[in-house]
Design a protein around this ligand. Structure first.
Ligand code: SAH
Length: 454
């Protein structure tokens, strides 16, 4: 039996989606952070549990051929990237294996990804950052990222996943806070003002949004802030105050006040232009999203006159990007501001065959089924927890020819596909699209076809 502080020579054979290397010692599984598949290491045992244990890499005896030099000082400290220590092609192979494994193990489905499509950019792809604001030991404002599983801020003034100019905006806000004595919000005492700095940019339009999330209805000296921000970046088109007085982890509150410029920014995705408010969901990797939507369109294989139901539609991006191939598009989304954006987006793009419903996806699907709606294709793009059971139930009556599932969580996608297979929808194509290089996330797209007459 192993015990704490034992020294072992191990070969890493796998990586978990938390970024832990996996190795076996006489059949006993050990997890070792900061390692790569193929590393031969000298490891110190830190913890021994009945089913598995944890160890620390003391020395790399033979480095994995996948390894590369780490180019970020806060790698593994900040809770963002899992993969800066290995090449991107090795990361893609691991992510594909995760999706395949979820469909085999959780879904019990006999299907594997035909391929994993890489993101067009490995770094700088993020068009959105939510940067927590805290204070350092001297009481100065400090911006950075939360450490894994914690709310401790790891200061970082430039994240490689974001464009360089986000750092300039962050420094400007920091300087304004010092000059105007604006206090960072303290989660424990619930005192102080600024909670998060939220930045977004339109990759095609170049427009930038700066949103300050505050614990109060008003921020002091916003005139100075606006002036400083516009001097820092002339592409800023929208400066917004978001009020969040609630304790807890939710970053944004429900109320937005425009401090300068427009209440939203514009961007173009798959040739369709979109207005995006701070509260609306918008894919964080623009060029990756175009690849994702092209995959969804390929799987949807719409014919002229088809009715398309787009559940969990956000600002309408997926459906609107393929509305010209459909007879009719109906989008469903629960956030009212996103539905407003979706309606305006359809209008501005001259898309006359689209309708948007503000409702819970399950409730709307149940209601549409009761009204005897028969969509030809249903697209579902749920949040991480997956589709509600009522969405799956409604599919029995809606009985589309095809369901295209787009998901940022392959575990819940596999579970939902298993449920759909029980009601006669078999997955025929599975593909991974990497929208989040260097992190532990990957997007999954599944095409399910109706096999039984139900
Ligand atoms: N398809 C969109 C958005 C996908 S993200 C795109 O590609 O941009 C998932 C969306 O589902 C978010 O906009 C979220 O607000 C919405 N959502 C979450 N729970 C929901 C529910 N129960 N009913 C309807 N929409 C929901």
């Amino acid at each position: 039996m192993l015990k704490k502080n034992d020294i072992l020579t191990l070969t890493v054979t796998d990586l978990t989606n938390e970024g832990m290397g996996v190795a076996k010692h006489e059949g006993y599984v050990l997890f070792i952070p900061k390692t790569a598949v193929g590393d031969v290491i000298r490891a110190r045992v830190l913890k021994v549990l009945s089913s598995h244990g944890f160890a620390k890499c003391e020395e790399i005896l033979t480095p994995s051929p996948d390894r590369q030099d780490v180019d970020c000082p806060v790698f593994t400290k900040c809770g963002g990237c899992l993969f800066r220590h290995i090449r991107y092609d090795a990361e893609l192979a691991i992510k594909k294996s995760w999706v395949d494994e979820h469909f085999r193990r959780i879904g019990k489905l006999d299907i594997a990804c035909d391929t994993i499509i890489p993101s067009p950019a490995e770094n700088g792809y993020r068009n959105k950052a939510q940067i927590p604001c805290g204070e350092d030991k001297e009481g100065n404002p400090s911006f950075g990222f939360f450490a894994p599983h914690s709310h401790r801020i790891i200061p970082c003034d430039h994240c490689r996943l974001q464009p360089d100019f986000y750092a300039d905006i962050t420094r400007t806000v920091e300087a304004w806070m010092k000059e105007c004595a604006v206090r960072p919000y303290n989660e424990e005492t619930r005192k102080g003002t600024l909670r998060h700095l939220f930045i977004r940019d339109g990759r095609v339009s170049g427009e930038v949004m700066v949103c300050l999330v505050s614990n109060s209805e008003k921020l002091p000296h916003t005139d100075i802030l606006v002036k400083k921000l516009l001097q820092t970046n002339p592409k800023i088109a929208s400066i917004v105050l978001n009020v969040n007085k609630k304790p807890g982890n939710e970053i944004l509150g429900g109320k937005c006040v425009t401090l300068w410029g427009k209440p939203s920014i514009r961007d173009t995705l798959c040739g369709v232009s979109f207005d995006i408010s701070p509260l609306s969901f918008y894919q964080v990797n623009h060029d990756g999203a175009e690849v994702l939507y092209r995959t969804a369109a390929e799987f949807a294989a719409l014919s002229e006159g088809d009715t398309l139901l787009d559940l969990y539609c956000g600002v309408g991006t997926i459906g609107l990007s393929m509305a010209n191939k459909a007879g009719k598009l109906i989008g469903v989304e629960v956030i009212p501001a996103a539905v407003e954006n979706a309606k305006e987006n359809a209008k501005r793009n001259g898309i006359a065959n689209a309708e948007f419903i503000c409702a819970d996806a399950g409730e709307a699907a149940t209601k549409l089924a009761a009204e005897n709606m028969k969509p030809d294709v249903v697209i579902v793009d749920p949040p991480r927890k997956g589709c509600g059971e009522d969405v799956i139930e409604a599919m029995k009556t809606l009985s589309p020819k095809r369901i295209v599932m787009v998901s940022c969580n392959s575990a819940t996608a596999a579970r939902d596909c298993a449920r759909l297979s029980e009601i006669g929808y078999m997955p025929t194509k599975l593909r991974a699209v990497d929208m989040f290089p260097r992190t532990g996330h990957v997007e999954t797209v599944v095409c399910l076809k109706r096999c039984l007459d139900n």
